[in-house]
Design a protein around this ligand. Structure first.
Ligand code: H2B
Length: 112
């Protein structure tokens, strides 16, 4: 279980601190399978999870939904036959917050 996944999410508002380059370097060591992508100028964390079929992909999707609801912080989820694309970013911040890295680490745990 990673340190990152055990940390508490903070209340995130439009003026919360974005992660720095140094933060990203540190956090990414714990979630090496996640890519940082930029869409419409917004930095996001993304990973594709593979499954044997749609039923397993959907079950995983629901588990991620549960951790999102518990944290009050939600990803974009694309659920397809055999794969789920999970994308985390902070909407109000229009960028990446530490919460996104914490929840990406928790997402890895529910995939196991
Ligand atoms: C009102 C509600 O709590 C807010 O809209 C929350 C919901 N979930 C959220 N999820 C993410 N990823 N970013 C947010 O800014 C966000 N805000």
């Amino acid at each position: 279980m990673s340190d990152l996944s055990q940390q508490q999410c903070e209340a995130c508002s439009w003026d919360a601190p974005r992660v720095t380059e140094a933060d990203i370097e540190t956090y990414q060591r714990e979630i090496p399978e996640w890519q940082i992508v930029e869409r419409d100028g917004i930095m996001q964390l993304e990973r594709v999870f593979k499954f044997r079929n749609f039923k397993q992909a959907l079950a995983f999707t629901n588990k991620v939904g549960e951790i999102a609801e518990e944290a009050g912080h939600h990803p974009a989820l694309l659920t397809e036959w055999g794969k789920v694309t999970v994308t985390w970013w902070s909407h109000e911040l229009k960028g990446l917050h530490k919460n996104d890295f914490i929840l990406a680490a928790r997402t890895d745990e529910v995939a196991q």
